[in-house]
Design a protein around this ligand. Structure first.
Ligand SMILES: Nc1ncnc2c1ncn2[C@@H]1O[C@H](COP(=O)(O)OP(=O)(O)OP(=O)(O)O)[C@@H](O)[C@H]1O
Ligand SMILES: [Mg+2]
Length: 909
């Protein structure tokens, strides 16, 4: 409620009266520049900014004052006072004079007289304040509202979009004459009309926000947030003219902005200087340390400028938050380190540093990775980093003046919140920050409670899939920018969701699209996502193989038995409880990994006291008889599992042909990792392992050990769900995904661990699937439309989130024994598996500034391949092999089909 208690006594005095500026009207701001700002700011502007900046290097900029004139300062003062009282924000967009619309109104209404429903063009929107009717001269307004007048009827909506008044049957004359400043009683409420809202601002939802400001307006309205302060006062504070001159002479850029390849941050505009240069220090170039610039990729340079502009409040005025959602491996850490190091030592006003202390919160497994990255890029001398662990407590950081950066895990943060709250941090960075998408969880509440204004979320996961989660992330970095949650729901979420439903009317679709576009436009100013393609050219080739492995004889027999079980039959008849299909799916997946896993589960259940009532009994009944009588799961053989046989041969050939190269072996299950570990032992391969049980404090050590060229480890056993996020495993150049997850994001996360910056060898990825089984079905789901449009592109989504129809379950619970590859059968491909070379893959766009646009689905390169893309991959059946690939040649015997795709074939490493 921003204009509540607005004093109505100002009415009548044309000078004192707070003239309402409708959201779509041009801004009377003293700073002309802002009117040029466009709400559709794209990242390319960042680069453009830079260019402008560099172009104007001949300007005598250093030590320029840019003080407003006395006249303009008065103007600002006046503007500011009025804004403060009414907190109205003006759009920077120049549109038609609202009075013009008023003049047209009578004509339009006359034309439509007698009609039941007025055409949309005749609907008028007004911004109003309201209160209960009273005879008092000085009204106490209770809130802002939007008045919608449609012919003889009207609706009054509060700023959360809720109807607070309705009426019908009003005289045309009354409604057609509504104009700015008018007070009237309508629907039991007294209102004062503050201004006219354009249909565009109404439809986009802008009028419900921040006093009707558009996103461009957000950039232009610093004055709203900050109290006016007379710049001359501060200047006078300086002891003498000489002193001032002397201190200004020392204001020089820390690094040479004119040096070749220098990376110079955009200068703040006049408005920014007016707001933030309190002591009227001259504007000094902020130049990124050349030592860092030397290493930076082009997208990282742009990312640093973006982050700089965001946290300096240059992109959205009065807001200092940003979300850097670059895909995995693009070097978000280095971009942040560059920003911290820059702001720590420099600033645009007199060169004074912008920040003193930075708090970095990350998952426990990445705390030491951050420290390492600081050391890697800045060495140990430049900046002192304090990482919190068992032996190094926050108190130590508090007591010491030497550490400008504190790195802490989310868990530790909760434990040390009281101490952390007492430290004044100027910059807060939340790594893997998608975990803050639920603002009610403890971690989010704790972080929200920190006073720090400059906030950055880093995430490799797309943030737009769930509109409520999106709100939480946006609201965390720039609190209140989307209004309250109820208003956001009403204004954006509901219309957007409604418009996407098949039953949506044209009108609903149009409204939803407009709201989505508005949201994109608004948030796109401080959300940046680039896709993997921007670094592809710096990476070695990636050879991706999908390998369909023939199941072993025991596997097939057990599989048939499971499919014939009462439990599966009940599922297909829709007779069992909701989750019973999950138990069936789990058993089939275990069997695909190795029959011994299923054996252990059956034995375990048999011994449990609940076996008799347990629905698993229906699934496992008679299964044990299929195993040999003396079956011992500890003595499992490789032949019993098609995938294990392939794996074992693959490891052998890699070991033999590439003795210097290492393998990352990934499974989603600890029990499966145990089997894989046993295989390593049996073959004498040196290995290391990271799973959910691994101590946080040991994780980085394990990773470093593996990545070191001196390490003898050949295999890194990784539980993808437990610790994959954010890890750099560039020591390995072969990655084998032993099992498949429902959620493509989990597999993609794992794959991104090795094919990333710093990798020296061509990367080979092998995804193992058991032919004709549920694993193929899961893969198909991942790559089919259903998988893409559903909720499973988020790492936190699991199989439990998927609803299956009986039809889908039937498909899932079918074993295709005679097919070489069911996935290929579904591709509608004419080849018979005799080495189809595939066509070139369609190129995807690489740049995306914001993620809500209608095209976002297509531009996300870390989405799994689609069915049609897969068809374009080189593929061949196991029977038609003429392989030049020595790795595949060695496993052909156990393989029924391959798909292969090579990225960056010609890259020089
Ligand atoms: N310009 C660069 N030159 C060389 N190596 C780089 C460069 N930028 C980043 N790297 C390296 O690339 C690897 C990946 O970087 P980083 O961990 O920051 O990625 P990320 O974007 O945080 O990915 P994720 O989302 O997986 O956490 C690191 O080993 C890092 O040191
Ligand atoms: Mg990271």
């Amino acid at each position: 409620m921003r204009r509540s208690a607005a004093p109505s006594q100002l009415q009548g005095n044309p000078f004192k009266k707070p003239k309402f500026i409708p959201p779509a009207r041009s801004n009377p701001s003293p700073n002309e520049e802002v009117t040029k700002l466009n709400s559709d700011v794209k990242l390319s502007e960042v680069a453009a900014n830079k260019n402008t900046f560099l172009q104007s290097q001949n300007d005598p900029r250093i030590c320029s004052f840019n003080l407003p004139t006395e006249e303009s300062s008065r103007g600002i003062n006046h503007e500011d006072n009025y804004r403060e009282k009414y907190c109205l924000e003006a759009s920077a967009k120049t549109t038609s004079d609202p009075h013009h619309t008023v003049h047209l109104a009578p004509k339009e209404i006359t034309v439509s007289k007698g009609q039941e429903e007025e055409p949309d063009s005749l609907v008028k929107y007004f911004s109003v304040v309201w209160c209960k009717p009273s005879k008092k001269k000085h009204k106490k307004w209770e809130g802002d509202a939007v008045l919608i007048v449609k012919g003889k009827s009207f609706t009054l909506k509060d700023l959360e979009g809720k109807d607070i008044g309705r009426g019908i049957g009003y005289k045309f004359k009354e409604l057609e004459k509504i104009e700015e400043g008018q007070t009237m009683t309508i629907g039991g409420k007294e209102i004062e009309v503050m201004g006219i809202i354009s249909p565009d601002d109404f439809n986009s939802g802008r009028c419900f926000q921040l006093g009707g400001g558009s996103s461009a307006a957000l950039r232009s309205s610093q004055a709203v947030k900050k109290c006016f302060s007379n710049p001359f006062k501060s200047v006078c504070k300086l002891s003498s003219k000489e002193n001032r001159q002397k201190s200004f002479q020392n204001c020089k850029p820390r690094h040479d902005p004119y040096a070749p390849n220098s990376l110079v941050m955009p200068r703040p505009d006049n408005n920014h200087q007016w707001m933030f240069s309190k002591n009227c220090f001259p504007v000094v170039d902020v130049v990124i340390d050349p030592h860092l610039v030397f290493h930076l990729r082009p997208h990282q340079k742009e990312g640093i400028i973006f982050l700089y502009e965001c946290v300096m409040g240059m992109r959205v005025n009065g807001r200092c938050g940003a979300i850097l959602a670059d895909e995995m491996g693009l070097g978000k850490t280095l971009q942040c380190i560059s920003l911290i190091w820059t702001l720590q030592c420099q600033g645009p006003y007199g060169g004074k540093p912008v920040i003193k202390k930075t708090l970095i919160v990350s998952p426990g497994s990445l705390v030491n990775n951050w420290r390492k990255e600081f050391q890697k890029w800045l060495g140990i001398e430049r900046i002192k980093i304090f990482t919190v662990d068992q032996d190094h407590k926050v108190e130590e950081f508090t007591k010491s003046p030497f550490y400008p950066v504190l790195i802490i895990s989310y868990e530790m943060l909760l434990r040390s919140l009281d101490q952390i709250k007492n430290i004044k941090f100027d910059l807060l960075i939340c790594d893997e920050g998608h975990r803050l998408k639920n603002s009610t969880i403890k971690t989010a509440t704790a972080l929200i409670s920190l006073a720090c204004e400059k906030r950055i979320i880093l995430t490799g996961t797309p943030v737009q899939n769930d509109l409520q989660e999106f709100f939480a992330l946006i609201d965390f970095v720039n609190p209140g920018i989307l209004g309250s949650l109820p208003s956001y729901r009403k204004i954006y979420e509901e219309p957007i969701i409604k418009s996407r439903q098949p039953s949506a009317s044209e009108e609903e679709k149009e409204l939803g699209e407009r709201r989505a576009a508005e949201l994109t436009c608004l948030t796109g100013l401080f959300v940046l996502r680039r896709t993997q393609e921007v670094i592809n050219k710096y990476l070695p080739p990636k050879i991706e193989n999908v390998v369909f492995c023939r199941p072993g004889a025991l596997q097939v027999e057990l599989y048939r038995k499971l499919l014939n079980s009462q439990a599966v039959r009940f599922c297909l008849q829709g007779l069992l409880e909701n989750s019973s299909h999950l138990i069936c799916i789990g058993a089939l997946k275990k069997l695909c990994n190795h029959p011994c896993l299923l054996f252990s589960s059956v034995k375990e259940k048999e011994c449990s006291s609940t076996w008799d009532e347990n629905e698993e009994r229906n699934l496992y009944e008679g299964l044990i008889n299929v195993f040999p009588a003396d079956y011992n799961p500890l003595m499992f053989t490789e032949e019993e599992s098609g995938k294990l046989q392939v794996l074992s041969k693959l490891l052998a050939v890699i070991h033999e042909l590439c003795p210097d190269e290492k393998v990352v072996l990934v499974s989603n299950y600890t029990q499966t990792l145990n089997i894989l570990q046993e295989v390593c032992k049996r073959h004498g391969y040196a290995y290391t392992r990271l799973d959910g049980q691994t101590q946080i404090s040991q994780r980085q050590q394990i990773v470093d050990g593996f990545n070191s060229k001196y390490s003898s480890d050949f295999i890194f056993l990784l539980s993808s769900k437990a610790g994959g996020v954010g890890l750099n495993l560039i020591g390995g150049s072969h990655l084998i995904l032993y099992d498949i997850d429902w959620n493509p994001a989990t597999d993609i996360q794992a794959m991104s661990r090795v094919w990333r910056d710093g990798q020296k060898h061509p990367v080979h990825i092998y995804r193992l699937l058991t032919t004709g089984t549920i694993e193929e079905k899961i893969y198909q789901r991942q790559i089919s439309k259903q998988g893409l449009s559903g909720a499973v592109v988020d790492l936190t989504k699991t199989c439990d989130h998927i609803q299956f129809s009986v039809e889908e379950l039937k498909n899932l619970f079918t074993l295709h024994e005679s097919s070489h590859c069911v996935t290929h059968d579904l591709l509608d491909c004419e080849c018979t598996g005799e080495n189809h070379t595939g066509d070139s893959l369609e190129k995807l766009p690489v740049f995306r500034n914001c993620q809500l646009g209608t095209h976002q689905q297509k531009s996300d390169s870390l989405k799994p391949v689609s069915m049609s893309q897969l068809k374009q991959w080189k593929h061949f059946s196991g029977d038609h092999l003429n392989l030049t690939d020595p790795f595949l040649e060695r496993i052909r015997e156990n393989v029924s089909f391959f798909f292969q795709n090579i990225t960056n074939q010609t890259t020089a490493i």
